[in-house]
Structure formats: C-alpha cells, structure tokens
Design a protein around this ligand. Structure first.
Ligand code: ATR
Length: 274
C-alpha cells in the first residue's frame, strides 16, 4: 500500500491523517497516511529515510516548510514564489516540491464560503511564512487589489516585490504598508501569529467594509480573538479549517491525480469538532 505522512514538530494534533484517510475512502484509493514527529535538526534525514522505505510523498508542516524546497529536485512555480513547500512527492524523476496552502485558502473562500474574489479589494495582514504561502494564489484569483500590511514594513515590501511580475501579468494592484492601514476591504485575511502571541488583532476595525469576509488562517482557540474582532466590527468571520481541508485536497491531487470531495469532508470535520 502506498505510504504518505505529515512531518512536523509538533505534529501530535494534526488532523491530516484523518482527512487523508477519509479522502482515500471516498475516492477508493488504497493508501496509508501517518503523522511523523521529526527532530528539529532531523528533517532532511527523515525525508530521505521515508522515501527510501517506500514513502510516496509527505506533507510538511511547522517548522520545516522552509527547509523542504532545498530537498526538492523540482519545484512548482507556486512553491518557488512562496519559498516554501508543504507537499513533497517522491517519484521516478526525484522529489517534486509544491505548495498547496494558497490554493487551499482561495478554494475555501470561493467554493466553500461562496465569495467571488474577482474585482474585490483584499487585505493580507502579515508578511511571514504563512502570508508568503498564499499571496501568489490570491493574486491569481484576480481581485482588484491586494494590500499587504505588516508590523515590519520591509518584509511586506520584499514580499510584494517578489510577486510584482505575477501581479502585473494579472493586472492586480499590489501595495505594502505598515499596520496603520487606510481604506476598507471586501476580504481581510489574518496571516499573523499575533493571536498566538496573545497580542490581539493588529489592524483597526475600519479595514472591514460592512459584511466583509474576515478570514483567519488558523482554527480552534488560536483563531478566536480575530473572529470575535470580526463580529464586533461588522465583518463575516471564517476560520481556517476549510483551508486545512482544501490544501489537503490539493496535495491529494498532486499525489494521486484524483480530486477528493473536500466540501463533504470539511462538513464532517466541523461536525466532529463541534
Ligand atoms: P508564520 O510562518 O506563522 O507566518 P512568521 O514567519 O514568524 O510565522 O511570521 C509571523 C507574522 O506575524 C509576521 O508577519 C509578524 O510580523 P513581523 O514581520 O513584523 O514580525 C506577525 N506578528 C507576530 N506577532 C505579531 C504581533 N504581536 N503584532 C503584529 N504582528 C505580529
């Protein structure tokens, strides 16, 4: 049976084994998917071991996503832009590295939340690894503009410069700023670690147009401060559980060439967590 896993540290609470087992069941694919706790200095070794023992691919999570491109012999354009890979596939040609986080976010917003991003104004808060993983696919969804706001302005500027050619190609306006954001947006995505740090929401409530989608890439307790802020400021809150399932679905496609019913599995996962 083909073997896959998610490598991370910590990884104990990962929902990925459950999600991929359900995808396999629903698509009739025979595979096994486990979680693997990897020592902080042992990622390259763990990947080589897994591949040499018949592993077909793995997901990569905190803190290894930025190490994984160096292990790939080929990278997708979206992994190159993100400078991070959350999906590795071991095949005859070597190691293919991809990043499915951004597509996962965009699929959840468009397919599951039912919001057409075309022509919309989007604010991405944060310019770290999580933000870098999603900016390319957000641009490819052709909103009118994407503004990247970050506490450290230099990082937001560097991030938009890397995406300049893609934005020009899609005629999307890109801008960088600090956290004192002017204007209001249809969609606000929180890609900062501020709620984890207990620092609250780093932007003012006026960034939300009435009813704007306020999306936190996290789920569970880590997302609650942002979701409460969204409600208090007239926004429509949404956590990142759908992104988790949709990025998994895209990884499943990379490995198996078959698209699983992500919306159904998201519904089941929400019910199981309720
Ligand atoms: P991740 O991979 O989760 O994105 P990261 O690369 O360390 O982690 O990035 C963390 C992001 O959260 C950054 O945008 C960071 O802002 P800086 O670039 O200025 O460091 C942001 N962040 C973390 N704590 C924050 C806080 N208390 N207020 C505002 N932004 C914060």
């Amino acid at each position: 049976m083909d073997k896959y896993c998610v490598m991370g540290n910590p990884v104990e609470h990962s929902k990925s084994p459950w999600i991929h087992a359900r995808f396999a069941e629903l698509t009739g694919q025979r595979l096994r998917y486990d979680k693997q706790l990897v020592a902080l200095d042992g990622f390259a070794h763990a990947v080589r071991e897994f591949a040499s023992h018949g592993g077909k691919g793995c997901n990569v999570t905190v803190p290894f996503k930025f190490e994984s491109p160096a292990l790939a012999t080929r990278l997708s354009p979206r992994a190159l832009l993100a400078q991070a890979a959350n999906t590795l596939r071991f095949d005859d040609a070597g190691v293919f590295g991809d990043n499915t986080d951004g597509v996962g976010l965009v699929s959840d917003i468009t397919a599951n939340a039912g919001i057409d991003l075309r022509g919309r104004d989007v604010l991405l808060v944060g310019a770290g690894g999580a933000a870098a993983g999603v900016l390319g696919p957000l641009i490819e969804a052709v909103p009118r503009r994407v503004a990247v706001a970050n506490r450290t302005l230099d990082k937001a500027q560097a991030l938009i410069e890397r995406h300049d050619a893609l934005a020009t190609q899609h005629r999307v306006e890109l801008a960088a700023s600090g956290l004192a954001v002017t204007g209001a947006f249809d969609v606000v995505v929180n890609a900062t670690a501020s709620s984890l740090a207990g620092a609250g929401v780093p932007v003012a409530g006026h960034v939300l147009k009435p009813g704007a989608l306020a999306y936190d890439m996290m789920y569970g307790p880590a997302a609650q401060a942002f979701l409460a802020w969204a409600r208090d400021n007239g926004g429509t809150p949404r956590d990142g559980l759908g992104m988790l399932v949709e990025q998994a679905a895209e990884s499943f496609v990379v490995w198996r060439g078959v698209r699983p019913p992500a919306a159904q599995v998201l519904g089941e996962l929400r019910a199981a967590l309720a």
